[in-house]
Design a protein around this ligand. Structure first.
Ligand SMILES: NC(=O)C1=CN([C@@H]2O[C@H](COP(=O)(O)OP(=O)(O)OC[C@H]3O[C@@H](n4cnc5c(N)ncnc54)[C@H](OP(=O)(O)O)[C@@H]3O)[C@@H](O)[C@H]2O)C=CC1
Ligand SMILES: N[C@@H](CC=O)C(=O)O
Ligand code: NA
Length: 444
């Protein structure tokens, strides 16, 4: 039995996929039974780095997703439209879909998975989160016996590269971003990466898998790295931290406050993306450059970390092709599944409700803040009092630098409620002795 694949997109990832399909030797034997039936692109004139049989390339992508002989549609064109419409049309025509498109899944997952379940087809997305790192399938298949406590990831290679370079060379954000663009790591419009949107899409997908409810993306707090300065990196370093853009998803639990346990109330989640001070001895602290990593805490497993290349032609294609192999194996094992309504329970998406996301003001975390003040007696005391009035417990408060009448004060808190911390900062900002709050960062 052979399987016909329709490929939408022949850019970075699409080219990597074709390269694997054209060299099946030494890979899984099912690959030899895959036939690339059509490749959809925007321009037929563009030079390609892979040789394709004549007639395979087309600009008519609708014809691919409705082609009666195609079994599996691979979507690697990216963006929201026409990707969303093409995926839905493929599903409507009974095709299984493999996609690397986190933006479309994070926004339209509900619509897409509902349509797929109704049509009895699979939508697979291993490449959409952390590129080549296997994390979606392990979460679907290997961690099912666990209660997931938290998922903490470095999910964006571009920002991890920039932060690593800032750490290693002491350079400023804008200069290193320009270098990342020159090297081809950052896109010409790096907004989605730099502002935490790409990592937000990815953690929404992981949170959905970990906690079993769909996620409303607009409820996910997303903060990027534009405001990180060389001074922040230096202070973090002195205090024993590195700064990483972390994507975090966890069940909110506060048994001490009489809250129900996460498993009794699995829908209330804490899902967010922001730059974070990570202790140097933490496993995520040494994940550098364009690499990604995901640390999962689960009961009874404990901690497990997935590490590797989160982007790039080969790694991303590796994840896409693995999904294609999984789907082909399922079609092979259950050739009449579509007529019998059979869906593999570990590969189909079963949840339908939305999880509730805690507002950022309600989350509990540690904070680092750096204040510029007048060098007057009693300044540290009045800052400490303001924090105390808002129940913000301090781990340390130190004056780190003094020049003439100017003092720099660095504060690290214990775990505190974000809303109370912000109220304390507002009060501190109004103190006559405080010139400005130079930096506020969360601490892992
Ligand atoms: N690059 C990476 O490392 C990773 C990418 N991804 C995801 O994979 C997907 C693809 O990314 P990537 O390969 O980098 O993207 P590219 O921009 O390199 O390639 C996009 C491809 O899609 C085609 N295309 C785009 N829009 C249309 C359209 N409207 N009609 C027809 N063809 C179209 C382009 O055609 P043409 O060639 O003619 O211009 C091109 O071949 C995205 O969703 C991305 O987020 C995920 C993980 C990592
Ligand atoms: N732009 C992303 C790659 C694709 O997911 C990144 O920088 O990690
Ligand atoms: Na992956």
């Amino acid at each position: 039995m052979g399987f016909k694949v329709g490929l939408l997109g022949l850019g970075t990832v699409g080219t990597g996929i074709v390269q694997i399909l054209q060299t099946p030797q030494g890979r899984h034997p099912i690959l030899q039974r895959l036939e690339l039936a059509a490749v959809g692109v925007r321009s037929l004139e563009k030079p390609r780095s892979v040789a394709l049989d004549s007639g395979l390339l087309t600009t008519d992508l609708a014809a691919i997703v409705t082609h009666p002989e195609i079994d599996i549609v691979v979507e690697v064109i990216g963006g929201l439209e026409p990707a969303r419409s093409l995926i839905l049309k493929a599903i409507e025509h009974g095709k299984h879909v493999v996609t690397a498109n986190k933006a479309v899944i994070a926004r339209y997952g509900d619509e897409i998975f509902t349509a797929a379940n109704d049509a009895g087809v699979y939508v697979m997305l291993e490449a959409a989160v952390a590129g080549g790192i296997p994390v979606i399938q392990p979460m679907k298949q290997s961690l099912g016996g666990n209660q997931i406590r938290s998922v903490t990831g470095i999910l964006n290679g571009t920002t991890n590269y920039i932060l690593t370079q800032m750490q290693e060379s002491g350079g400023d954000f804008n200069a290193i971003l320009a270098e990342a663009q020159r090297l081809g790591y950052a896109e010409a419009d790096p907004t989605a990466d730099i502002d935490g949107l790409d990592a937000g899409d990815k953690i929404a997908i992981l949170a959905s898998l970990a906690f079993g409810g769909r996620i409303k993306l607009d409820q996910v707090h997303r903060e990027g790295i534009r405001h990180i300065t060389a001074a922040d990196i230096t202070y973090a370093d002195k205090l024993g931290f590195v700064i990483k853009l972390l994507a975090i998803a966890k069940a909110t639990v506060d048994p001490s406050a009489g809250g129900v346990s996460p498993m009794e109330d699995p829908q209330m989640l804490d899902v967010r993306v922001h730059p974070t001070l990570v202790p140097k001895e933490h496993p995520l602290a040494s994940v550098n450059d364009v690499f990604n990593a995901i640390l999962i805490e689960a009961d009874p497993l404990g901690q497990v970390m997935f590490f590797g290349p989160g982007a790039g032609a080969g790694p991303t294609a590796s994840a896409v092709v693995a999904d294609v192999i999984n789907v082909a194996a399922l079609i092979h094992a259950h050739p009449d599944a579509d007529t019998q309504g059979y869906m593999h329970p570990l590969l189909a998406c079963s949840h339908k409700h939305y999880s509730e996301i805690a507002p950022i003001a309600g989350i509990k975390t540690r904070f680092f803040t750096r204040l510029i003040t007048h060098d007057h007696p009693g300044v540290i005391g009045s800052i400490g009092t303001a924090f105390g009035e808002h129940h913000v417990s301090l781990e340390s408060i130190v004056q780190t630098d003094t020049q003439q009448d100017r003092a720099e004060i660095v504060v690290v808190t214990h775990h505190v409620q974000e809303g109370q911390f912000r109220q304390a900062l507002d009060q501190i900002d109004r103190l006559a002795a405080v010139n400005c709050i130079d930096s506020v960062l969360r601490v892992l």
